[in-house]
Design a protein around this ligand. Structure first.
Ligand code: ATP
Ligand code: MG
Length: 223
């Protein structure tokens, strides 16, 4: 599923955060949103993910205009098509690791029991083999981050949104996250990554720079 943001502008508290930006997320490609802190990477990622509304411009999913979709349609899009790798993992602390990965009671419901080997395989991939029954609140920060990654892996989504997915990780885990994002694109997902990580951005297919258009955004400098 292709996502196109066309001429989008976002104003927050009277401050122009995005001005007339046009960018596309394309199936099978990794798109890096880059630029200095505060330039609007997270805001643009949220626009593409339908998490934030625009003040001007248009957001299209394939041939559908999603700019003014209500909560119900946006929720359906998130449930059916997306996975998020965000720093504030959004995990349910009092539930098990396996529950958080599959977001279902496992394996209490018999028809879901066949998902268990898949969850275990994914936990192994993120270095949490055998930890499925542990309660998330007992994990370290880095382990929780890997549960968030495992959840994104489990979803096998059409579009992956990652906001600074490698920040504050050690080298091995940066590599785990980077490999995951590249593999998702290789199997056909559209992958959108807001990042400062030069290694990661160099591996992306497409790069969209924000905050480098001073002449367009600010006053025209004197000659
Ligand atoms: N909810 C909000 N309320 C007020 N200002 C906001 C809000 N969200 C973003 N901003 C402002 O919009 C600008 C862009 O923020 P954004 O988070 O998109 O930047 P960023 O490029 O992701 O930065 P970083 O690299 O530090 O994560 C900043 O000046 C920020 O202060
Ligand atoms: Mg950000």
């Amino acid at each position: 599923m292709e996502i196109n943001a066309s001429n989008v502008s976002v104003t927050i508290d009277g401050h122009d955060v995005l001005v007339d930006e046009t960018v596309s997320a394309i199936p099978g490609r990794t798109l890096a949103l880059v630029g200095p802190s505060g330039c609007g990477k997270t805001t643009l990622l949220n626009v593409l993910a339908l998490l934030r509304r625009v003040n001007a411009g248009r957001v299209q999913l394939g041939d559908q205009d999603a700019t003014r979709w209500d909560d119900r349609r946006r929720r359906k899009f998130w449930q059916q098509h997306t996975a998020f790798v965000f720093q504030d993992y959004g995990l349910i602390d009092e539930e098990s690791v396996a529950y958080n990965v599959a977001l279902s009671k496992l394996p209490l419901l018999p028809h879901r029991a066949n998902r268990m080997p898949r969850v275990e395989g994914i936990l192994e991939r993120v270095g949490l083999a055998g930890r499925g029954e542990d309660t998330v609140s007992t994990l370290s920060g880095g382990e929780k981050q890997r549960v968030g990654l495992a959840r994104a892996m489990f979803r096998s989504a059409d579009v992956i949104f990652a906001d600074e997915p490698t920040a504050s990780l050690d080298r091995e885990n940066r590599r785990l996250v980077t490999d995951f994002l590249l593999q998702e694109a290789a199997r056909g997902a559209a992958v959108v990554i807001a990042t400062h990580d030069e290694t990661l951005m160099a591996l992306c297919d497409l790069r969209f720079e924000l905050g480098h258009s001073g002449s367009r955004r600010g006053p025209i400098p004197p000659r």
